[in-house]
Design a protein around this ligand. Structure first.
Ligand SMILES: NC(=O)c1ccc[n+]([C@@H]2O[C@H](COP(=O)([O-])OP(=O)(O)OC[C@H]3O[C@@H](n4cnc5c(N)ncnc54)[C@H](O)[C@@H]3O)[C@@H](O)[C@H]2O)c1
Length: 339
């Protein structure tokens, strides 16, 4: 499954190429979510023809604006709906697919595991089935997650570590990830996988995530409640760097060399929850004000990724420092809360 690192390094893959996307027909599932909205806006700015499918289309809480909507063919619906997806592929000659639609919040997946499995696992095989039957699809990038690995003692996690999630969200991502690999191994589908840690930045309306939650507490002048004991270790990576990684991967994937490959994207500076929280307070020029509950359940204590493969093979690297990325993010939420 894993292509030898050195043979991939020799490919001399190129950097992101804006003109490449002009006129390309691109399906983005989950296009109204955090990653999906940033990716969609970027693809539109490159001149791609985006078809967006999302169960919650035309929502208030998204950075997709009226002008963007004029450039997106919107399909409101569930990726677990086989007929809906088949219809989209029948009506459109799709060349590229970014599959981001998922239940992406760990706590919600604990409340409704069945819906999580339906969206995250069935949604993935439905989409891959459509791609398998299509004669036009050249590249498929599927969002997996650091959670797909489950828990490993060895750090940082590398792409060849076994996938062994234990709890609903993690298992849904391990399954979806393996399903992508099956479609490549068996049907040579040109699909690749991304695995990222905690992504943050403007436009994340999932306010229970630690970065937005801390910023919103600061804006509302309320103490932050940390559900864990604050010692859990994670990667934090800026949204623009992740979107660049997705686009770079898709461009290189269609050249035919990276099918079936998984890529970690991370900064390589893991932090505890307390460290990232304190850094946010510092950058926001506020005195830390938080309470540690120590009540998180079913979460991995120490997890962070090596992105050596993405750096060597895709020539990917984060463009923004953690501090300046947090500053941009805090500024965006402040502006948003005033609008
Ligand atoms: N944000 C992160 O830190 C992070 C880290 C690793 C992996 N990921 C993965 O990246 C992808 C995007 O995450 P995000 O942060 O943008 O989450 P998000 O919740 O903001 O976006 C997910 C989108 O998918 C849509 N969706 C959910 N179920 C659907 C269904 N059954 N059919 C159609 N649409 C559906 C939602 O309405 C939402 O717009 C997810 O697959 C997630 O697991 C995210």
């Amino acid at each position: 499954m894993e292509v030898r690192q050195s043979s991939l390094e020799d490919l001399g893959l190129e950097k992101m190429n804006k003109s490449f996307w002009k006129g390309k027909v691109v399906l983005v599932s989950g296009y109204e979510g955090f990653l999906g909205s940033h990716l969609t806006k970027k693809l539109i700015s490159f001149g791609a023809k985006v078809i967006g499918v999302d169960i919650k289309a035309f929502r208030k809480e998204t950075i997709i604006n009226k002008v963007d909507y004029r450039n997106i063919k919107v399909v409101k619906g569930d990726v677990a709906d086989e007929r809906l997806l088949a219809g989209i592929f029948k009506r459109n000659r799709i060349s590229f697919v970014f599959h981001l639609a998922a239940e992406a919040i760990v706590n919600r997946s604990l409340q409704d595991p069945a819906r999580t499995f339906s969206s995250n696992i069935q949604g993935t095989w439905n989409l891959l089935e459509c791609c398998r039957k299509s004669s036009s699809v050249k590249a498929i990038v599927v969002a997996s997650s650091d959670k797909a690995y489950g828990e490993h003692k060895k750090l940082p996690y590398q792409e060849n570590f076994p996938l062994r999630g234990l709890h609903p969200y993690d298992v849904s991502k391990s399954c979806a990830d393996l399903i992508v690999q099956a479609y490549f191994n068996t049907f040579q589908l040109p699909a690749a996988i991304t695995r990222c840690g905690n992504i943050f930045g403007p436009g994340d309306f999932n306010l229970s995530r630690i970065v937005p939650e801390t910023i919103i507490s600061i804006i509302n002048n309320k103490p932050l409640i940390i559900r864990s004991d604050g010692q859990y270790i994670r990667d934090y990576v800026y949204i623009d760097d992740i979107i660049n990684g997705y686009i770079l991967l898709a461009e290189n994937l269609q050249k035919g060399k990276l099918s079936g490959e998984a890529f970690n994207f991370s900064v390589g500076k893991p932090l505890t929850v307390i460290e990232i929280v304190e850094l946010i307070y510092k950058i926001a020029a506020q005195k830390p004000c938080y309470k540690v509950l120590g009540k998180a359940r079913h979460e991995i204590r120490r997890q962070y990724l090596s992105s050596d493969k993405a750096r060597k093979v895709l020539r990917w690297q984060p463009q923004v420092t953690l501090e300046s990325a947090l500053k941009k993010t805090i500024d965006w939420y402040r502006e948003y809360s005033e609008s």
